[in-house]
Design a protein around this ligand. Structure first.
Ligand SMILES: Cc1cc2nc3c(=O)[nH]c(=O)nc-3n(C[C@H](O)[C@H](O)[C@H](O)COP(=O)(O)OP(=O)(O)OC[C@H]3O[C@@H](n4cnc5c(N)ncnc54)[C@H](O)[C@@H]3O)c2cc1C
Length: 218
């Protein structure tokens, strides 16, 4: 058994109030229109619910995954899409980048997430789903850069996310080095192309798309 701290209860109360007073009434329209809810993103950002887990030295609140879960739980009651945005605005790609990325990498993406960007994580490919290690996207080292080529699909946030954490088979001097993660920012790094959107039965307000990498230089 554990008890929530006063700070956690305050976070939960804020999320519950926003869910009931703001997000609930917008949810059906998001589902119907299949439009990404930028107005909800703005409200989440103002409330400090994007980048909650980013360390304080990088401008975040340095909060825990448990704190995020309290928000997600409240929002998911009324709008799955909005809850999903909070998941990915605090865990997933940004969680991995904060845990394993370099200072430079964190400094590049933290301001984007704190401003409302929901990062995309790019693992699944048409020929490798559950068997993620069978992925064929390559990152070939050329000088001090890696050149990424391949195709991903079912990428949540394709076309709306700026930050992308891309997993690929790393090759150096013709030798396979295993799977590595690379960060790219849409519209800043050339060669990241958004492909077709998949129709979805649920969570229809977030696009699920193909993403194609054509000589994406990192
Ligand atoms: C809404 C949605 C959002 C997604 N978002 C992302 C995202 O943001 N980024 C990303 O990278 N991916 C994303 N995905 C992809 C998701 O991770 C894959 O769908 C998942 O990994 C399964 O792969 P698959 O669909 O190719 O199914 P498959 O791997 O082809 O599996 C099909 C079926 O076979 C079963 N199966 C597979 N292998 C075995 C085995 N060895 N033994 C027994 N049974 C097996 C599975 O359990 C499943 O029932 C998303 C998918 C969905 C539906």
């Amino acid at each position: 058994m554990f008890q929530l701290s006063d700070e956690q209860i305050a976070i939960q109360d804020t999320a519950r109030r926003m869910a009931n007073e703001i997000f609930k009434d917008r949810a059906a329209d998001i589902d119907r229109s299949e439009q990404y809810p930028w107005d909800n993103v703005k409200d989440l950002t103002v409330a400090g619910f994007m980048g909650m887990t980013i360390p304080k030295e990088h401008g975040g609140l340095g909060l825990s995954y448990m704190d995020v879960v309290l928000v997600v739980e409240e929002l998911a009651r009324v709008c799955g899409v909005t809850a999903r945005i909070v998941v990915e605005g605090n865990m997933g790609a940004i969680g991995a980048i904060c845990a394993y990325g370099s200072k430079k990498q964190i400094e590049r993406v933290a301001p984007l997430v704190l401003a409302g960007d929901k990062p995309a994580i790019c693992i699944t490919e048409p020929g490798s789903g559950s068997a993620a290690t069978s992925m064929t996207t390559t990152a070939v080292k050329k000088g001090d850069k890696y050149i990424i080529n391949g195709i991903k699909h079912w990428i949540t946030g394709g076309g709306v996310s700026k930050t992308h954490l891309i997993f690929a088979q790393v090759e150096e001097d013709g030798e396979r080095k295993g799977i590595g993660g690379f960060i790219a920012v849409r519209d800043e790094d050339k060669g990241l192309i958004i492909g077709k959107r998949e129709p979805a039965m649920g969570l229809r307000g977030i696009p699920e798309t193909e993403i194609i990498f054509e000589d994406l230089e990192i």
